[in-house]
Design a protein around this ligand. Sequence first.
Ligand code: FMN
Length: 178
Amino acid sequence: MNPILSAAALPPTCALPPDFSQSQFRHALGQFATGVTVVTAINPAGGLVGLTVSSFNSVSLSPPLVLWSLAVKSGSMAALLACRHYAINVLSAEQTALANQFATKDIDRYAGVHWKGGQHGAPLIEGAVATFECFNRSRHEEGDHIIFVGEVERCSHRDQADPLLYHGGAFYTGGLRG
Ligand SMILES: Cc1cc2nc3c(=O)[nH]c(=O)nc-3n(C[C@H](O)[C@H](O)[C@H](O)COP(=O)(O)O)c2cc1C
């Protein structure tokens, strides 16, 4: 029998408890450089929803799938569970202010933001380096987050535009072209 499939090679049935603090975990995760997105939607009452998200990633080319995760305690949770469609806006290096604005509580996050409604109304932010208009395909509860898998119905991108980067808790706008 293939040793990879033998019982001896099976993983333990549950993980060992962490031997690190939550702060150590956060700092280690922070070493993974990411882009920065704003996930946008329209809630059932017609109101604007949006928050800054760096957990965005690709999943599948065919069908075209992406994922991102949302904290269970997020104020946007009810709206994002309920909506059929949302948009993921990948921010440009000129949009650090928007990344902060869409992560701030108790303000009008859309104040001063130029956007237009996508195919199903989800806001597409002007100046984003890429946009993905997603069908809200599935949601998976894991720990203190819910993983959203979106099926991309439309996407767009700007060539030659520098993305906003995030690493170690800081934004980087320097550009990737040497
Ligand atoms: C760079 C950056 C990345 C973030 N990424 C995520 C993320 O992937 N998932 C998440 O739930 N919150 C993330 N946040 C935090 C939310 O944007 C923030 O908590 C926001 O206030 C949540 O809004 P809400 O409670 O109205 O949903 C991020 C914040 C920043 C600044």
